[in-house]
Structure formats: structure tokens, C-alpha cells
Design a protein around this ligand. Structure first.
Ligand code: ZN
Length: 116
């Protein structure tokens, strides 16, 4: 999947990737090589790359893989940006802002109506 992200998402992802280096993923031994216990401070997290979830809930709430997920993804040689939710892409971002708000003059300039 080739996706482009708005700068705000991209810079957030870069920061998460850097911080993920402080976390140590331990493979739990599942067949699909998707479940990891990610060790770090202040506690350990459980990441499931198949279900795209982590104990910290960040991934499911933001659509961006959290530092723990990024640590696990690096371990399996996968790119975190391929695991961002579709809603984070530039395309979705543009769709969100495709509609404009119609400008409206102050109330004193509104047209008088004969109806209440
Ligand atoms: Zn996490």
C-alpha cells in the first residue's frame, strides 16, 4: 500500500519511531509471528500486530501504531506507516476538508424577512 500522510501525522510517526527504540519486543512464540510482549518503562505492553492492538490503546484510538507496536514492527522488518489506519492518509485528510464553511455577514446585515 502506498499512502501519503499529512505532515502532522508523519512527524508524529517519526517521533514515535524514535521513542520505540527504548522498548524491547519479545516474541511470544505464536505461529503468525504477530504477538509480542514489549518490555520497557514503566511497564510491559502486549502488542498484537495481526489485530492491530496494544494494551496502551493508542493504536486503536489514533490509528497510528504506538511506540510499542513500532518496536514490534521494527523487529519483524515491517514499516509502521503501512500499519496506520486508512483515516490517517492524505486522501482522507483532504476529504475531511473538502467542504467549506459558507461565509456569513453579521446579523445587522441579514435580509429582513416578513416571516417570523
Ligand atoms: Zn502501545
Amino acid at each position: 500500500m502506498l499512502a501519503y500522510f499529512p505532515p502532522v501525522i508523519q512527524s508524529r510517526l517519526d517521533k514515535i519511531r524514535k521513542e520505540s527504540k527504548n522498548w524491547m519486543p519479545i516474541w511470544t512464540g505464536d505461529e503468525d509471528y504477530e504477538k509480542f510482549e514489549v518490555h520497557g518503562h514503566p511497564t510491559n505492553m502486549v502488542v498484537d500486530l495481526g489485530k492491530r492492538i496494544c494494551t496502551c490503546q493508542f493504536w486503536i484510538l489514533t490509528g497510528i501504531p504506538c511506540i510499542h507496536a513500532c518496536a514490534a514492527l521494527t523487529r519483524v522488518n515491517k514499516r509502521p506507516k503501512d500499519f496506520c489506519h486508512q483515516l490517517c492518509t492524505m486522501e482522507a485528510y483532504n476529504k475531511t476538508y473538502a467542504h467549506h464553511i459558507n461565509p456569513l455577514p453579521g446579523q445587522s446585515l441579514w435580509e429582513k424577512s416578513m416571516y417570523t
